[in-house]
Write a protein that binds this ligand. Sequence first.
Ligand code: NAG
Ligand code: NAG
Ligand code: NAG
Ligand code: NAG
Ligand code: NAG
Ligand code: NAG
Ligand code: NAG
Ligand code: NAG
Ligand code: NAG
Ligand code: NAG
Length: 465
Amino acid sequence: MSTLSTLVNLFLLLALIGCSSWTVRSISSCKHININEVRPHSVSITEFGAVGDGITLNTKAFRNAIFYLNSYADKGGAKLFVPAGRWLTGSFDLISHLTLSLDKDAVILGSTNSEDWPVVDPLPSYGRGRELPGRRHRSLIYGHNLTDVIITGDNGTIDGQGSIWWDKFRNKTLDHTRPHLVELMNSTEVLISNLTFLNSPFWTIHPVYCRHVIVQNVTILAPLSSPNTDGIDPDSSNDVCIEDCYISTGDDLISIKSGWDEYGISFGRPSTNIIIRRLTGRTTSAGISIGSEMSGGVSEVHAEDINIFDSRSAIRIKTSPGRGGYVKNVYISNMTLVNIDIAIRFSGLYGEHPDDAYDPDALPVIERITIKDVIGKNIKRAGLIQGIKGDSFVNICLSNITLNVSKKKPWNCSNVKGYSELVSPEACVQLNERIFPDHFSDCYQLPDLVRSSSSRNRAAWLLSW
Ligand SMILES: *[C@@H]1O[C@H](CO)[C@@H](O)[C@H](O)[C@H]1NC(C)=O
Ligand SMILES: *[C@@H]1O[C@H](CO)[C@@H](O)[C@H](O)[C@H]1NC(C)=O
Ligand SMILES: *[C@@H]1O[C@H](CO)[C@@H](O)[C@H](O)[C@H]1NC(C)=O
Ligand SMILES: *[C@@H]1O[C@H](CO)[C@@H](O)[C@H](O)[C@H]1NC(C)=O
Ligand SMILES: *[C@@H]1O[C@H](CO)[C@@H](O)[C@H](O)[C@H]1NC(C)=O
Ligand SMILES: *[C@@H]1O[C@H](CO)[C@@H](O)[C@H](O)[C@H]1NC(C)=O
Ligand SMILES: *[C@@H]1O[C@H](CO)[C@@H](O)[C@H](O)[C@H]1NC(C)=O
Ligand SMILES: *[C@@H]1O[C@H](CO)[C@@H](O)[C@H](O)[C@H]1NC(C)=O
Ligand SMILES: *[C@@H]1O[C@H](CO)[C@@H](O)[C@H](O)[C@H]1NC(C)=O
Ligand SMILES: *[C@@H]1O[C@H](CO)[C@@H](O)[C@H](O)[C@H]1NC(C)=O
């Protein structure tokens, strides 16, 4: 007995070491971007004739100010300040080494005339607009090939006034795919912080083909009924850190993507090293979602300290034959769920293809997904986990999950294989083989634990029950 308790103490200590080294690791990767927080030069948008009355269209002022500031790009960069006021504008482009900084009472308002949101080419990894074939509207705030960009404010507001776009979607009068509120493409060293984003026409923040992106301390709001107003969608991007965010929108709070069917497969750019911490929110869709566009692959997704309430799902993976690609090495821990229809939902037959040229034999690989330390109340169904016939999702590992579920059949699983420990209500038969002693190494664990000795591995895993 005393040997056992000594061992338990030893394991506890090792678990703590494992835990803190993960924390340190994630903090450092969140801070690890190369930006100039101090800009030697600063101008206010009013110096370029902007009028903050909510009526005057200021697109030219934004474009002129940024054109002017381009001459400071190689001198440490510059800051464009937006003071208190309501600044109506059409879409404008950022430049490298720029800080766009909003006063706490500044509101940048997206024009309600769709012509102020010009069209641009579709993304090569999608082959067409996401909603309609062909081109797509450019986001309100757009950047391409940039480095060292900050969008920040003292909780100032960027409001897309998306309802005209939602109406056009609903009444089927869109002529091109709807725009995002902020899109940064092929850019590095990007920080988006301390802001509120409202009423995006479509996905709210879309980093695509980017690297080293931090989204920190932002609030994203759109009506629960607004169509496809995802919060943050890292897409074919790596080293993305999202922390301290509150999101309440009409679609997934965070949706990790990497291109669509044959276009995503041939573009071949994965999303990897995505960290999500301290996220709170609710949605008519999922809290953390992967896919359905995942054809370039998604790996190394680490999420912790997540609160999801009043939502359809907490964790969602969506894919389909034709997607190809993979979703692997996902680790989600410490979630609190309240009022959720289906806590964990994987859909292998999501459908939705860009055209008929997709290859139905391009099957996605879904493996090594670990979900642990979840507590939930008022959950209708624990899991609806459906792989693909002949292409099972494997090494799905569930640990320490306690859900107060109202449905009689809490789990419904097909074409999936994995392991579980301490799951209540007990997991479906496809997942109910115990993790210990035989399947520990089949389950994805955090990299710091993986690198350490296998006894420490076991200790950390064991003691994290
Ligand atoms: C981005 O860089 C690529 C390659 O240098 C170039 O072809 C493309 O025109 C650039 N796009 C913009 C908007 O600068
Ligand atoms: C978050 O933003 C608010 C308002 O912008 C600010 O008061 C607060 O200190 C920020 N918190 C962090 C952790 O940056
Ligand atoms: C920022 O403003 C939003 C919208 O008004 C509010 O919900 C949120 O609590 C504020 N955030 C902070 C950190 O003050
Ligand atoms: C569809 O919605 C848009 C935006 O509100 C509106 O301008 C347009 O008149 C509507 N069209 C139809 C056919 O209802
Ligand atoms: C992205 O930038 C790189 C150079 O950094 C360039 O080679 C590439 O063509 C760009 N891609 C796109 C899609 O703009
Ligand atoms: C957010 O605002 C807080 C409070 O003003 C400030 O301390 C912090 O540095 C800001 N964060 C970023 C990343 O700008
Ligand atoms: C779990 O997340 C909550 C925030 O949602 C946080 O307060 C708590 O400290 C976290 N627990 C652990 C063990 O990290
Ligand atoms: C589950 O929820 C029901 C209804 O809210 C409640 O009566 C019951 O005590 C809860 N069970 C647990 C184990 O928390
Ligand atoms: C499992 O879910 C599928 C798809 O929703 C449904 O067709 C099937 O009837 C469910 N099975 C059970 C036992 O609930
Ligand atoms: C199980 O998860 C809960 C959070 O949901 C956490 O508070 C608890 O410490 C975990 N239990 C163990 C033994 O790790």
